[in-house]
Structures are given as C-alpha cells and as structure tokens.
Design a protein around this ligand. Sequence first.
Ligand SMILES: Nc1ncnc2c1ncn2[C@@H]1O[C@H](COP(=O)(O)OP(=O)(O)O)[C@@H](O)[C@H]1O
Ligand SMILES: [Mg+2]
Length: 662
Amino acid sequence: MGKISTKSIQSQLILYFTIAILVPVIVISIIASKFIYNEITNRAESKSISDLNSAGEIYNHRISQIESITRLTAGRSFIISSLIENKADTLYKELHTILQNEKLDIFTIVDKNGKVICRGRNSFNSGDYITSDKFIKRVLETKSTVSGTDIVSPDELKKEAFELADRAYMEVKPTLMSRERSEKFEKNGMMMKSASPLFDKNKNIVGVLMSGVLLNRNYDIVDKINNVVHENEVYKGQDIGTVTIFEYDVRIATNVKNEDGSYAVSTLVSEEVYDEVILAGQKWIGDAFVVNSWYVSAYKPIRDINDRVIGILYVGILKQPFNDLLLNTILIFSSIAIVTGIIIFFVAVMFAKKISAPLRKLEEWAKQIADGTYKSNIAIKAPREIESLSLSLNLMAKQLEQEKFELENWAETLENKVNQRTEELKRINDQLFRSEKLASIGKLAAGVAHEINNPLTGVLTNSSLMLEDLEENDPRREDLQVVVNETIRCREIVKRLLDFARQTKPQKKMTDLNALIENIILLVRNQSAFRNIIIKKVLDTSIPQIMVDADQIQQVFINFILNASEAMPNGGQLVVNTSLNHARDYIEIKFSDSGCGISEKDKRRIFDPFFTTKQQGTGLGLSISHGIIERHGGKIILDSELGKGTCFTIFMPVNYNSDIDD
Ligand SMILES: Nc1ncnc2c1ncn2[C@@H]1O[C@H](COP(=O)(O)OP(=O)(O)O)[C@@H](O)[C@H]1O
Ligand SMILES: [Mg+2]
C-alpha cells in the first residue's frame, strides 16, 4: 500500500480553482491598472499641453490688447497734433488717463530721435533719450507697430517709476532641484510691450508711442490664465491648476502660494527644465514637484522680439486628482478581484463538497466490501464519472459475492473429496496392514504348526492304540476318547494353519457357484447345529460359471454358513443369495443371518487372524476366507447391526486372470 496523501480532494480542488481564477484576475487587474495609469497619465499630460497652449493664447491676447490700445492711441490726430505742438501737459493728461484705465505700467511718447516727450506714468521725468530700446528702434526702422515681451533694465524702470523697479527686484531663492546661479538678485523686469509709430499729415514719422505691462509680481495675468484655463477649480482645498511666468529661471508671477499664503515668487526653476526650455528652447512636459505638491507640468519658452528665450510660461495641473482616480480604479479592481476570489472560493468549496461527499460515501462502501460487511447496492447522486464509478463498484461487489459463493462451494466439494479420499486411503492402508499381518502371522504359524504336528501325531496314534486296547466297559475309556477327539481337533487346527500359511496357488477350474452352495447346504442341513435354523436359497440361475479353486471357495462358503449358525444358537434364518451385477462382470454371493450381529468395535477386527468372540473359536475362519477371496480378485463387504443380524457379501469377478495377478 502506498502512503495516503494527506491532502483531501476538497482542499486541492479549492486551491487549484482559486489559483486558476485568481491568477488571471490579478494579472488582468495589474494590466488594467497599468493601462489606466498610462491612460490617466497621457490624459493629464495632453491636458497640460492644451492648457499650456490656452495659457499662451491668453498671454498673447493680453499683448494684442496692449497693442490695440497703443495702435488706436497712436492713430489719434489729437495726440499727434499735441506732440507736434509740444503740448506735454495735454499729452500727459490723456496718456495717464488711458494708462490707468487700461492698467498699463508704462505709456510713453518719444519723438523721432528717441527723446522722451511725455511719460504717461510720470509727468516729471522727460527729455531723456531711450534710443537703445529695441521696440522704439524697430518701429523707427520699420515704421510699423511692434509687440512682444521684453527684458527691461532697472534704470529704465526707475525712469518710469521707482515702484516698478521695486516690483521687479527679486532676491533669488534656490530650490531643491534648481541649478547653481551666480546672480543672487534679479533686478531686471519682464514686460509685455507694444510700440506704434506716430505719423504727421504727410505720413512722415514724428514719434513713437510705447506701452508696457510689467509682469513681475503681476498677478492679474496669471489669475486670468488660471481663471480661463482651470476655471479656478479647487481640489481638496487646493487650486487644481497653477500658472507661472518665469523671467529667465526666476518665478516672477504665479498663483502658487507658499505655506504662509504668500505668492511663491522669486524661486528658481529646476535645472532639468532650465536646460530644456531656456537653453534648448523646447517645451517640457512631465511631473514636477512645485512648492509642496506634485503637478503634471508643461513649460514653454517666452521669446523676445529677436526670438531670444527670455522666460518661461508654465501651466501645471495638480497630480492628486489623477492619483486619486488611479487609486480608486485600483481599489475598484482589487475589490472586484477580492470579491471574485471570495465567490470563487465558495463556489469551489461547494463544488468540491459535491465531488468529495459522494467519493467519501464510495470510500466507506468500498471499505465495507473489503470487510465483508457490505449489504446492498448503494445509489449515489453525483457527477457522471462518480456515478459510473459507483455502478462499477456495485458490479464489482456483486461479482465478488458470486465468486465468494463459488469459492465456498468449491471448498466444500474439495473437502468432501478429500474426506472421501482419506477414507479410501485409510481403508487401503487397513487392508495392506492386515495383509502384512496375515503374511507374517502365516509364516510364524507355519513354523509352529510344523513343530506341533509331529508330537500331535504321536499323541493321537498312542491314544488311539490305548483306546483300542481298553475293555468295552473300562471307565477310563470315556476320558481317553476325549483325549483322542481333542487331539483330532488340534490336528485339524494345525492343518488349517498350515493351509492358511501355505497360501497355495488356487487350483482353478470352471465352477458353478450355485451347485457349490447347494452341495454345502445339503451337507450341513441335517447337523444338530442347524436344527432350529431355516436356510433359504435365492439363487440366480443365470450366473455364469467362473474359474475358481472350488475347494477353497467351498471352504469360504462353509466358514460363512458355520459362523451364521454360531451367531444364531437359538435358531433363526439364513438366506443365501446369488446374483449378477448390472455390468455383468461381478457375481454377488450374500449370506444374511438373523443372528446376534457384530458390534462396531469388533467390526474392525473380525478379519484379523485369531480374533474370536467364541470360547471354542480359532479366529482364523474369516482371515483365511479373506485371503482366499483376495487371491481370486474379489472382495468381502460386511454389513451388520447388533442384535438384528449380519450380512456378508462376496464379490467375485466373472473374468479374473489370476496368473497375471499371482
Ligand atoms: N455371522 C456372524 N454373526 C455374528 N458374528 C460373527 C459372524 N461371523 C463371524 N462373526 C464374528 O467373527 C469372529 C471371527 O470369526 P471366525 O474368524 O470365523 O472365527 P471363529 O468363528 O472361530 O470365532 C467370531 O468370533 C464372531 O464373533
Ligand atoms: Mg468361524
């Protein structure tokens, strides 16, 4: 027997079931999460790109707004005539009003040589030359309007207003990822500017009108961008979108706030973005950690009118909502996986029970079959294979039972046969034993008889002579007669012994057994011993003559008849019967008497030499008869019941070739 596995079919089914379904669920969840993550990231990035574009639009829109104001104002004849007539006061009043209304930081008129005629912001400062200004130079050259972003030196700003220089002035604060910066202060300002030419009636250029909005610490534009792009959306108390304008790498305007609530200006951009946007002039999209949160960020360069990169426009969307979305998705997926797992587990348990319960029943049943306590068919409700297994088991059990039954029968017959054989063997053994005993006793008796014969002859001769010599009336005569008679008896016994011992070959001749029996009966009938005995002959006249030693057979018959008479001292009936068996190969000779019968104990010994129950018996009659019949190839069978009678049956073969046998 192999070792029995400790794992039950139930637990294994559950395990494999769960693995088989949970693994794909987990894999699918991972793939789906990954896919969703990518999708969300892509969407976040493309949104930040489009936001950046919108921001750029709004930025440019503000510039074109400034441009239209400038262009419109520069086209007014009132302004041109005031310039020609050098009415600085009138100009100031007009420009200042527009500056204030349009939230401009500068609104300045210069003549065609670059000499400042009027500053709309500052009426006290004029007459200086600003020929170095790129915009004014370009307008004088091209005689058309120029707009864009520009870097303005602190000196220029101061000429307009100290306050502007102040706003532009920044102490640069490094951040974790920013590059090393040699300048610790940024004093330049960054401005949206527009400049338009002023023409007289003859279309001759007489001056330039230049307007500008300082971007440093200007929260209007970033708020506006944020408002339009992100609609001021708030996520968990935090602005969802951020907008920042950089002057070079310094934050100069932003809606990102520090933890203390102040605007996070004057900090530096990361080195990575600096390299990509300022140095390489490229866009940069990616995740960036700004102040205290992660943002999906997009940066693009701001260029001056000579196409030099002078700053960065930045738009960022808070990463948190995307992360939360991702987290939620993963949560949903994993809870689906868990719920599926649990459902599968229970389904597997149920399924496994459905399989293992009938299996257990079958097991119990098979045990019963093995123990032999199995009773009847069992019916099992189970999946097809198990049901057919139970059918097969049923069949097997039945066959087993049948075989067991046959085996038992067979064992019984075998036992009977063995018993029969044993009995037969015992009988043969007994016969052998008796034959051997007869042979040895015969030899012994022959010796003894020989020795006794001569003295007996002497005794008989002498006693006979003595008897003859005695007078007729001599009283000793009677005693002597006893001596003579007894001696004759002794000689007779000795003769018989010698006959027995000699075991002469039968002198065979064709003999009619019926005639033999008739003769014997004639002989004995008148003897005194048969006085009260009725002798019945039932002789089958159809029996054939057979080759036998008639003298010996006669001796045998006489033996049986004498024994019968001795068994019936008070009379009775003797039936002598001859017949032929069906196969006509044996003659049966039966001697049945109604005498005393033979006890079971004696039955075994009556054929033994010298076994006798009679006072005067020799115990040789039957043993000699047995020897004679055996030598004729026949056999004797005894049937007797104590107190009822005895029947000896002799079987004589019809054709017996004694020459071969002897
Ligand atoms: N017909 C019979 N009825 C009863 N007993 C018998 C019969 N024939 C033989 N016997 C028994 O068998 C014994 C042996 O017989 P046998 O050999 O002829 O010797 P004997 O006649 O000298 O005793 C007898 O002593 C007797 O007990
Ligand atoms: Mg006898």
